[in-house]
Ligand binder design. Sequence first.
Ligand SMILES: [Zn+2]
Length: 426
Amino acid sequence: MRKIAWIAFFSSALISCLGQTGTKAIALRCGSVFDGRGDSLRANVVIVIEAGKIKALTASAPDGAEVIDLAHHTCLPGLIDTHTHILLQGDITAADYDEQLLKQSPEYRTILATVNARRALEYGFTSIRDLETEGAGYADADVKKAINNGIIPGPRMQVATRALDVTGAYPLQGYAPNVSVPHGVQLVDGADNARQAVREQISHGADWIKVYSDRSYRVREDGVLDDIPTFTLDELRAIVDEAHRERHKVASHAMALNGVHNSVEAGVDTIEHGNYIADEDLKTMAARGIFYVPTIFVGEYVAQGRAAEGAPVWVKMIQIHEDTFRRAMKAGVKIAFGTDAGGFDWKINPAKEFSSMVKFGMTPAQAIRSATVTAAELLGMQDSLGTIEPGKLADIVAVPADPLADVSAMEKMDFVMKAGVVYRKP
Ligand SMILES: [Zn+2]
């Protein structure tokens, strides 16, 4: 508690003291820079920032600039987490989830979400894609608005609002038929109803449409992770068609064989989790530029708890996931960094995902690029984010070590700047 209070005080102090950039140039004197354009570091670079944007990379600070000394740090592009839930405080077990939906009001959950948004920023995530509120309505759109209006500190957000699933497929479940309980999604059945829900969510601020494409996992004898698909292909196609018609994109929670296959066939833009993906579907994903957001760390984190609750399949999934991840790399699928933070407690640093990706076969540089260049492309913001180069928004972070030598350095965030405003300083 005490630590949280201190962080909160520290942050608001930073916002008020450091948050005023004005028109004066800022010069970040970086010991080294990972600019995201290549796989190596450049030593002794000064990044010049003006009016929230990167103006130049030079050898010395221009006259009159405010110099920030990061000589013992590695500067990197602001990190992007493409799969978060700021309205959730961890849900290892069904009971954790029920507790939040039954005993916490959406208003209380929104207050907690503002704290999580601040945490995300302090961990170095200057942009996030928040993939649904888990029963808290359109609260994510309001948190985003409060951040954009400078009311609270937080990352740049793209939001999915309520997400979609079919009747009988998403918690809360298991209550008597005569008891009506809230659900973590908007329930829709039938292609026309699904189209209407997409229109509704977009009209209330959804940047992305999130669908849950499968449930009820089991490992077949041949080692394939099987599932029950939720939507029919017809329904999924209607959702994707409607979203795309309105120039919005679709993220699909798809963990296993059929959910992934139907999603890819329907033409979604991103596959979330993807613990098992058939080779044919990986090929299609690579050809059509469908992103894979593997969320590895959360799978390991929830596995033991869910196994203890009687679902040992979650432990078996880890090995299947690693095999899929390695096949996806070989197939040339675009892999974007995403953590499912909120699925685990926000007090745990989501940057642990970097180590998980390296354990599954990426180099540290590849893992960092997945959270910068590739993730910026997933957001459709590659022209303004993802690398450190002149003209881009000044989203810059720094860690006090070489993350290419040991990627766990990404968990030691010391400096965070978003659009030229400093939120954390060594
Ligand atoms: Zn999620």
